[in-house]
Design a protein around this ligand. Structure first.
Ligand code: WTA
Length: 632
């Protein structure tokens, strides 16, 4: 299948795509240009076709007689909170909520901001947007008011769908207050969110009642209850925008990655089916948050397109105890389980006793995503969770790729712990050297993809030039992933990590430039440089070098204050692990910060600093080594 997919894409993709409903057929299956010298970069799949991904996720299955199949086994933060939603119930709710959005003035092409916890209303809201051709822009519930407001304003979303709050373990996350602050910030910056829809998730359990602003805020359930039941799916062009999702790059503000109805549909459905070897009646459980791409593609769209039954989990893996995932696997007899290496490593710390409490024999496929998985964690996952029987699929992909691009297929690809192995159908990866020359055989270098695939991002929202510069300028004619890879003698890929200034902390991707600009908005900070450091559990941690303004006391309380500042600017997940006060940074004579040196010092690798003679002031290196905070 792989050979055909790359040599002969039309006969490969045609029968796969025909499993979906297209109101009108495509005129061209695929056309793309990756070469900026030959004109604008453009990517099109199923061009000319009319379809709707929401129709394909819901109506198609209900019409085929699968309305009673369970779409989600939803499990709350408290183990007593469990609910089941079928495909026909989803269809009914989505139609009503689509009518709600229309009544709030949302039309095709208007973006809707969604800031919610892991509850079924979130999926209802996103599918309702898709149904009426309104791109959704989901903002992870861990983002701060500042980050939320920036994303609302960038996408100019006049409607925000949120919830009163959510418990994560015993901790209450006051989503509505954060959303209120974000909406205020938008207003003072000249943009108004006219409607805010609030899902009542925590209700009486919340520490205080929810603040509702008259004329702007309305409850989700009230609007839904009075909305018309029917709302036929709008037929949109295959290349119309389905959603935007903000992600970090090496420079500038986060960018809105754009995916479309047609190609993303075919890609997420196909990769879900093959990577997890999904069969009807299987139960699938992905622990990601829908606020990130993994949740978009592999909790919402991929599974629903396959009429799959999934577990959707609101809580955290350690509440009430560190066996929560394993209890869920046992309760629902989960066959495929998908999580991040960070989660595996942190649960590994609790020992084998936790998984041994439960019958995990239903598990057949174990997925990993978000960062390289170290062989120790891989082996524990395979041996202890999978009882040496389940296949481990180490799926390499990105927000930009829409779905898996390098991954083993269970039962088919021989596994090697730590390697994402071989390319997915239609993916032609290559390893290039710095000069852009393609390396053959065993090699290490920059990972690029040479031809387009259906799930590829189409543009950066509102900034096509940035799209071209970010992904198609470093190496002409190829999509640049930003990752390094090593290819072994069997053609297996081993992802070595980012080659740019992006770091992945607990699977959350962030740009160092973004963190630095957040740090320098603090009035006491003159300059900051941030690098990733290896972290036992989180994969990477954040080491922040900070130069304060003259006269500022650099003590423990300032350290705490700066950490708190980052939480407020971005979110708790971006809190630096180390604040390293210094009076200078290693710069070249032209003023460029030498990050290589900062990384070496933060990594305790000063023995291999390399050449420091080009520094404007080499003495700064010793100061940085001496002032390095003790590791906790
Ligand atoms: C990293 C998450 C190694 C990689 C789906 C990529 C991985 C970035 C793997 C994208 C893996 C993701 N092995 N590294 N299996 N999966 N990555 O956009 O650096 O949040 O570029 O998408 O995560 O992160 P993003």
């Amino acid at each position: 299948m792989y050979e055909q997919s790359i040599n002969d894409p039309v006969p490969f993709w045609t029968p796969i795509a025909k499993q979906f409903h297209w109101e009108e057929p495509w005129t061209t299956l695929h056309a793309s240009n990756f070469d900026r010298n030959a004109g604008p970069v453009s990517i099109k799949w199923f061009d000319g076709a009319k379809t709707n991904i929401c129709y394909n996720c819901l109506d198609r299955h209900v019409l085929n007689g699968h309305g009673d199949r369970v779409a989600f086994f939803w499990f709350g933060n408290e183990p007593a909170d469990a609910r089941t939603v079928t495909y026909s119930q989803m269809l009914e709710r989505v139609q009503r909520f689509a009518n709600v959005l229309k009544a709030l003035g949302i039309k095709k092409g208007d973006t809707v901001a969604i800031y919610m916890p892991m509850i079924v209303d979130l999926v209802v809201a996103m599918l309702a947007c898709a149904r009426i051709g309104a791109p959704h822009s989901i903002i992870f519930g861990g983002f701060s008011a500042e980050a939320l407001s920036e994303r609302i304003m960038d996408a100019r979303s006049s409607v925000l769908v949120t919830a009163d709050g959510a418990f994560r373990g015993t901790k209450f996350i006051d989503l509505k207050s954060i959303a209120d602050t974000a909406m205020e910030k938008c207003k003072t910056r000249g943009f108004e969110v006219t409607h805010c829809v609030v899902s009542l998730n925590s209700g009486d359990k919340a520490p205080h009642s929810v603040n509702m602003v008259q004329g702007r805020d309305q409850f989700f359930h009230e609007l839904e209850a009075t909305a018309e039941l029917e709302c036929p799916a709008l037929w949109v062009d295959a290349e119309d925008i389905l959603f935007l999702l903000y992600t970090s790059g090496s420079t500038g503000r986060p960018k809105g990655v754009v995916h479309t109805h047609g190609g993303y549909m075919v890609w997420t459905a196909t990769t879900f089916k093959y990577t997890f070897d999904y069969h009807p009646s299987d139960v699938y459980f992905c622990t990601a948050d829908i606020g990130w791409i993994t949740g978009h593609s592999y909790i919402a769209y991929g599974p629903l397109l396959n009429c799959a039954t999934s577990v959707m989990f609101e809580g955290i893996p350690t509440y009430p105890e560190a066996d929560r995932y394993w209890a869920i696997v046992e309760k629902y007899k989960v066959n495929s389980f998908y999580t991040a290496p960070t989660a595996i490593r942190s649960l590994q710390r609790f020992g084998e006793e936790m998984p041994k409490r439960h019958d995990l024999s239903s598990l057949r496929v174990l997925g990993s995503v978000g960062e390289p998985i170290n062989p120790e964690a891989w082996i524990w996952y395979h041996d202890v969770i999978g009882n040496k029987r389940a296949s481990v699929v180490d799926t390499y992909w990105q927000t930009e790729t829409g779905g898996h691009v390098i991954t083993p297929l269970p039962g088919c690809t021989p596994m090697k712990p730590g390697s994402a192995s071989l390319p997915m159908f239609g993916i032609v990866p290559a390893i290039l050297d710095k000069a852009g020359e393609e390396l053959s055989g065993k090699a290490e270098g920059y990972l690029v993809i040479k031809q387009s695939w259906p799930g590829q991002m189409r543009t950066v929202f509102g900034n096509h030039e940035r799209f071209e510069l970010t992904y198609f300028s470093q190496f002409s004619g190829a999509y640049c992933t930003g990752d390094g890879a090593h290819r072994d003698e069997h053609g297996y890929s081993w992802i070595t990590g980012r080659t740019d200034d992006v770091i992945t902390v607990s699977g959350h991707r962030m740009g160092t430039a973004e963190l630095e600009s957040a740090m320098t908005t603090h009035p006491d900070v003159a300059e900051s440089a941030i690098v990733g450091v290896p972290h036992e559990i989180k994969g990477e941690g954040i080491h922040a070098y900070v130069i304060t303004n003259p006269g500022v006391e650099t003590d423990v309380s300032k350290e705490k204050e700066l950490k708190m500042h980052i939480r407020q600017e971005i979110g708790a997940f971006a809190t630096p692990d180390v604040i390293h006060f210094t009076s200078g940074l290693p710069k070249t004579r032209s003023g460029k910060i030498m990050r290589r040196i900062l990384r070496k010092i933060a990594h305790y690798e000063e023995d291999s600093l390399g050449d420091i003679s080009t520094l404007a002031d080499p003495s700064v290196v010793q100061e940085l080594i001496d002032s390095r905070p003790k590791l906790q």
